[in-house]
Design a protein around this ligand. Structure first.
Ligand SMILES: Nc1ncnc2c1ncn2[C@@H]1O[C@H](COP(=O)(O)OP(=O)(O)OP(=O)(O)O)[C@@H](O)[C@H]1O
Ligand SMILES: C[C@@](O)(CCO)CC(=O)[O-]
Ligand SMILES: [Mg+2]
Length: 299
């Protein structure tokens, strides 16, 4: 016997970087999933696209941290994923939550989803040195979520197209970008604080627009949010090339998702294929997806 769970990745509709300073943000689980199968075994074995190992914290830091936290238990863990790794779509949170859930059921440990989300956040903090609870919360519960309140919003019914620059957005780069914004804020508080506040206002207004399914207005505010992230210095020419390609292809709006400095952008659209083709022509890797209400799910 074995147990398989999957968990989704995430995009930010609004609010990245501002959320570090207590402003609200809106994140959305997307139906791009990591699947993990756990099976009782006589040794520890972990297999994924990154390699096949035993308890090897260098290759599989998140999965090994899960095994250490829950056991340690002798378990064989097999991972397959549609999520690009290190691209700002929450692949570490998805693999962490799916592994926690699969081992939890396989060994009858009885943890609740809330406990799994909390352990997942602790593991991301341990491995990365710092992490917001956003990614692991969204991977656990799915849906569209306002953070830090962790308030479930209405679902998005329009198309979502992600454009990956294939320029890594590693935890080190995320930490560096967060520090870069902090330095700019220290140097020019009278300029940067209003920008951060305005991003927070966009997220607050976004909650109502999600409820109204007003995708045209959501898109306009995504465009404004993108410009403000550029102003904070976390944009790149590659990200903006994909953002403008998506907009020129008729997207409601498009912006950086996550820390920036590479990684991915996201567009909302009623013509996903047209926007995806434009992103690919502009040099990105396009992923067409939808919002998912399903968080971590048994398969
Ligand atoms: N399919 C997978 N199999 C094994 N480990 C994975 C897998 N996907 C992600 N990981 C682990 O997560 C790490 C990537 O996490 P990282 O936080 O850098 O990127 P991300 O989660 O994709 O982006 P972000 O955190 O910015 O949203 C990988 O180096 C690996 O340790
Ligand atoms: C930049 C940031 O807001 C999002 C990174 O994906 C940092 C965080 O919230 O953890
Ligand atoms: Mg991560």
């Amino acid at each position: 016997m074995s147990t398989t769970f999957s968990a989704p990745g995430k995009i930010y509709l609004f609010g990245e970087h501002a959320v570090v300073y207590g402003e609200p943000a809106i994140a959305c689980a997307v139906d791009i999933r990591t699947r993990v199968t756990a099976k009782k075994s006589d040794t520890i074995a972990i297999s994924s696209d990154l390699g096949t190992t035993g308890l090897d914290f260098d290759i599989h830091p998140y999965v090994c941290s899960v095994i250490e936290k829950l056991g340690p238990v002798n378990v064989s863990v097999d991972i397959s994923s549609e999520l690009p790794v290190g691209s700002g779509l929450g692949s570490s949170a998805a693999v962490t939550i799916a592994t926690l859930a699969a081992i939890n059921i396989e060994f009858g440990l009885g943890y609740s989803k809330e406990e799994l989300a909390g352990m997942g956040h602790e593991i991301e903090q341990k491995v990365q040195g710092a992490a917001s609870p956003t990614d692991t919360f969204v991977s656990t519960f799915g849906g569209v979520v306002e953070i830090p309140a962790r308030k479930r919003l209405d679902m998005l019914d329009c198309g979502i197209v992600i454009g990956n620059t294939n320029k890594g957005a590693t935890p080190k780069k995320t930490a560096k970008l967060i520090e870069q914004v902090a330095i700019l804020r220290q140097e020019h508080p009278e300029v940067i604080n209003p920008i951060i506040k305005t991003i927070g206002s966009i997220a607050k207004k976004g909650e109502l627009l999600v409820k109204k399914k007003d995708y045209a207005s959501l898109g306009k505010l995504m465009n404004v949010n993108h410009g403000l992230l550029d102003a904070l210095g976390v944009g790149t020419t590659e990200l903006s090339a994909l953002v403008y390609a998506a907009r020129n292809a008729g997207a409601f709006g498009a912006k950086i998702t996550g820390a920036g400095g590479g990684g991915c952008m996201v567009a909302l659209t009623e013509s996903p294929q047209k926007v995806a083709s434009a992103i690919e022509r502009a040099g990105g890797k396009a992923i067409m997806t939808r919002a998912t209400a399903g968080g971590v799910l048994e398969e």
